[in-house]
Every structure is written in structure tokens, then in C-alpha cells.
Design a protein around this ligand. Structure first.
Ligand code: GDP
Ligand code: IMO
Ligand code: MG
Length: 424
């Protein structure tokens, strides 16, 4: 059975932890979009592992982890991550990590442009500053450099020369910056190329072969539906298709290779960066939940904005992705609350909207309509069976499941691999 694991909110739903758990039952884990804007944390026996580019299944020996062609890869960040994971004892070699030769490469001029554009915008997006958007811009402008190009020095140097000429000229006129040295970047990236080369392969053929052999595949989503460039709160989104649509263009496998979609949502909502967030806490509750949930970015360390569970958004995300199984994470974070709210609609200009409005101006000024639930006020972190969850927690989860239209298959009650309640 081939499954996809996707985020149903604004990222950081706890996908990494769930992917790690589900990886035990598959042979191949493939990331299909995004880059090191992602930060997926897995805690195994109390030890924390942070993933940005490497698929979160790598902690399971014997699995093949693939960084698909839909990704954008910063080789410096990748080499750093490989070193970091190896220093933690993770077995990582060209045998179990494969990088698509046609994934795009992030260069210093992408990171620079990310910062320049943010500074000039009157409405900042609050990007991670990793050069993700600018790299995808080059991809779609057909001026990107791909991982495979790095391994062909003549081709790489000619593409780089074109790129630097263009960037220096544009950046000089627009931002007063023309400081990229072709020589330095060439030297730097050719040295990365040597280190990355053993991992690089034709992942499309590899994935097709594995699929034909009957190997089971997990498609690892980064970010979440509300950060998807088409379906999220545009322009406050990332520059790729985080939802299931990205899987096929980002791996080369066809839709029939996907059997089931698992959607991950937190028991509340968080968001990093700018953009509308109707259920955001406007009072001290924000600080409390941030502290209880440890809501600080894995990638940038930024404090995450926190708010109530938005069932309207999650229902929309379930529809977009065709989610069959819903995983609710971080239930334990709500353990101390007397009352818990869920957003079940939006009010706009005195009228109730029952679905997510695409108009960002409308979405920015809606007032959430809440349904209140009694809190369970007890520790759920040690619970491992659904029947043992407090009645109030079951009611809360039951309502969410019914409202969003997906059955809950797992509830997470702590950061460790073991902290999980399997349902059904
Ligand atoms: P991802 O980007 O979706 O993989 O999520 P992140 O790893 O960025 O953020 C989720 C954070 O919550 C990580 O620090 C996890 O270790 C932690 N976490 C995951 N599930 C749970 C849970 O059920 N309870 C608690 N308390 N923490 C969790
Ligand atoms: P994971 O995979 C949360 C947000 C940024 C910013 C917007 C655009 O860990 O869930 P970008 O650098 O992608 O151009 O920034 O998207 N963002 C994330 N927020 N989790 C993520 O990844 C994110 N990746 C990007 O904060 O608002
Ligand atoms: Mg994250």
C-alpha cells in the first residue's frame, strides 16, 4: 500500500513524527516538494532528530529515502544535515539516500533575493529566507540549474555564467547589488558536486522500478495545504504544491501509484510567518499554548503563532487532498484547558460563510464562529488506547472527525515515537 502523508494546516503539524512511525511499514520514503524551509522533528528514545531535506524515514535501517525531482536543494544545507545526522549515529549512505538528478539547486543568489524581495514588499510574507521561492522562480523561468548539471562541469559552468550575468545585472539595477562572483560560486558548488555525486541518480526510473517490484512507498509532504501555492492563503504561502497534486509532478509516479492519503493536523492551529489566521489567540492563551506545545520553528527558531483548531480549514484541506485517514497530533498540549474552542464557520459583514473564502481580504477580516467543548483537564500523554482517552477528549476528536469528513486513525500525545494512540 502506497500512502501520502500531508499537512492539513500551515505546516508543523507533526508530519515528521507520523512519517517516522508509518515508515516502519513501507520500503521507500520520498519527498516530493519544498526544500530546507521544512523542519521535521522526530524524537526517538528521547533523542531529537531534525530533518530539513532528508526524508524523515531515514531513521529506519534498510529503507530507501528519496529526495524527489520536485524538491529544491541547497547542497550546503544538505551536506550539513547529512553530517549532523551521521554524528547522531544515523546510517546514511548512497545506498539508502537517493537524490533526483532533476531536482533544482539553490544558489546564494536565491537566498539573497529572498531577503531583498521581503525587504521591498509592503506586505512581507515572512519567508524562511532559504531561497526557496527564488529557486522555484528560476525553475519555472527555465533558467534553473539542476542537481545533475552540477555533475557535468562544462554544462554547469555555462549555465552558471548565464545566471550570474543575469542576476548581477538585475540585482544591481533593482537592489544596488552586483556582488556575485562566478568564480567563487563555481568553485564552491563544484566542491559540493563531488560530495553529493554518489547520492545522485535517476529517481524516476528508480521509483518506477521499486513500484513495479511491489515495494511500498510513502510520499512525504512538507509544509501544509494552507501554504500550498495554489490552495493556500496566497500570497502568504510557499512556492510549491504541498498538497497531493505535488506528488506526481514531484516524483514522476502516476496517480494510480497512490493508494491512500493520511492527513496530519494539530489539535489546535499554528502558523509561522505572516498572513491571515482567523482563530489566532489574541491574549495570553497564545503564550501558554506556545510554551506547552514548544511552538518554536525547527528551521528558523521563530515563535509560532498559535490559535484554536479551525475545522473549516481542515475540512477544506481534507477535500483538496482526498484524505481518508486523519491523524490528530499534540492533543496533550490541550490537557490543562477548561474550555476548548473549534472554529466551525466564519462571519463576514454580518453573514455566515460556511467555507474557506479565497479572497485574502475577506479571509483577513472574517470573525470565527466557535463551538465550545469542555476540556478534559487531565494528562493524556501516557494513554495508548483510544478507549482510555477521557470522555471529553473523545467528544472533541469525534466532532472534528465528523465535521471534516475523515476518520481518525491515530492520535499523538507526545513528541516521542511511542507517544501515540492508535484508533480502530
Ligand atoms: P512537521 O514540520 O509537521 O514535521 O512538524 P515539526 O516537527 O516542525 O513540529 C512539530 C513539533 O511538535 C516537533 O517539535 C515534534 O517533536 C512535536 N510533536 C509532534 N507530535 C507531538 C505531540 O503529539 N505532542 C507534543 N507535545 N509534541 C509533539
Ligand atoms: P514544515 O515542512 C511552517 C512558511 C514560512 C512563510 C511561508 C513562505 O516544517 O511544515 P518560504 O521560505 O517557504 O518561501 O516561506 O511558508 N513555511 C513554513 N511554515 N512549516 C514549514 O515547513 C514551512 N515552510 C515554509 O514561514 O510563512
Ligand atoms: Mg516543521
Amino acid at each position: 500500500m502506497n500512502i501520502a502523508v500531508v499537512g492539513l494546516q500551515w505546516g508543523d503539524e507533526g508530519k515528521g513524527k507520523i512519517i517516522d512511525i508509518l515508515s516502519a511499514g513501507v520500503d521507500v520514503i520520498v519527498r516530493y516538494q519544498g526544500g530546507n524551509n521544512a523542519g521535521h522533528t522526530v524524537v526517538k528514545n528521547g533523542v531529537k532528530y531534525a530533518f530539513h531535506l532528508v526524508p524523515s524515514g531515514i531513521l529506519h535501517p534498510g529503507k530507501i529515502c528519496v529526495m524527489g525531482n520536485g524538491m529544491v536543494i541547497d547542497p550546503l544545507a544538505l551536506l550539513h544535515e547529512i553530517d549532523e545526522l551521521r554524528s547522531q549515529g544515523v546510517e546514511l549512505s548512497p545506498k539508502n539516500l537517493k537524490i533526483a538528478e532533476n531536482a533544482h539547486v539553490i544558489f546564494p543568489y536565491h537566498r539573497k533575493l529572498d531577503g531583498f524581495r521581503e525587504r521591498l514588499r509592503s506586505n512581507r510574507i515572512g519567508t524562511t529566507g532559504r531561497g526557496i521561492g527564488p529557486c522555484y522562480m528560476d525553475k519555472y523561468a527555465r533558467s534553473g540549474i539542476r542537481v545533475g548539471d552540477l555533475l557535468n562541469p562544462d554544462l554547469f559552468l555555462s549555465k552558471l555564467a548565464d545566471s550570474i550575468r543575469e542576476k548581477n545585472s538585475i540585482y544591481r539595477q533593482v537592489f544596488g547589488y552586483d556582488g556575485f562572483s562566478e568564480e567563487e560560486i563555481a568553485k564552491e558548488y563544484l566542491s559540493y558536486a563531488q560530495k553529493v555525486a554518489p547520492f545522485v541518480t535517476d529517481t524516476i526510473t528508480l521509483l518506477h522500478n521499486l513500484w513495479q517490484e511491489g515495494k511500498s512507498i510513502l510520499f512525504e509532504g512538507a509544509q501544509g495545504v494552507m501554504l500550498d501555492v495554489d490552495f493556500g492563503t496566497y500570497p502568504y504561502v510557499t512556492s510549491s504544491n504541498a498538497s497531493v497534486g505535488g506528488i506526481f509532478s514531484g516524483t514522476g509516479l502516476p496517480p494510480k501509484a497512490l493508494d491512500k492519503v493520511v492527513g496530519v493536523a494539530k489539535a489546535y492551529t499554528t502558523r509561522v510567518g505572516e498572513g491571515p489566521f482567523p482563530t489566532e489567540f489574541r491574549d495570553e492563551m497564545g503564550d501558554k499554548v506556545r510554551e506547552w506545545g514548544g511552538e518554536f520553528g525547527t528551521t528558523t527558531g521563530r515563535p509560532r503563532r498559535c490559535g484554536w483548531f479551525d475545522a473549516v480549514l481542515v475540512r477544506y484541506a481534507v477535500r483538496i487532498n482526498g484524505v481518508e485517514d486523519l491523524v490528530i497530533t499534540k492533543l496533550d498540549v490541550l490537557d490543562k484547558l477548561e474550555t476548548i474552542k473549534v472554529c466551525v464557520g466564519y462571519e463576514y459583514n454580518g453573514q455566515e460563510l460556511s467555507s474557506y473564502p479565497f479572497d485574502i481580504k475577506v479571509f483577513s477580516s472574517v470573525i470565527p464562529v466557535y463551538k465550545e467543548f469542555k476540556g478534559w483537564m487531565c494528562d493524556t500523554s501516557k494513554i495508548r488506547r483510544f478507549v482510555d482517552l477521557p470522555k471529553e477528549a473523545k467528544e472533541y476528536l469525534g466532532f472534528i472527525s465528523e465535521f471534516v469528513g475523515a476518520k481518525i486513525s491515530m492520535v499523538s500525545v507526545g513528541s516521542d515515537r511511542e507517544d501515540v494512540v492508535l484508533v480502530g
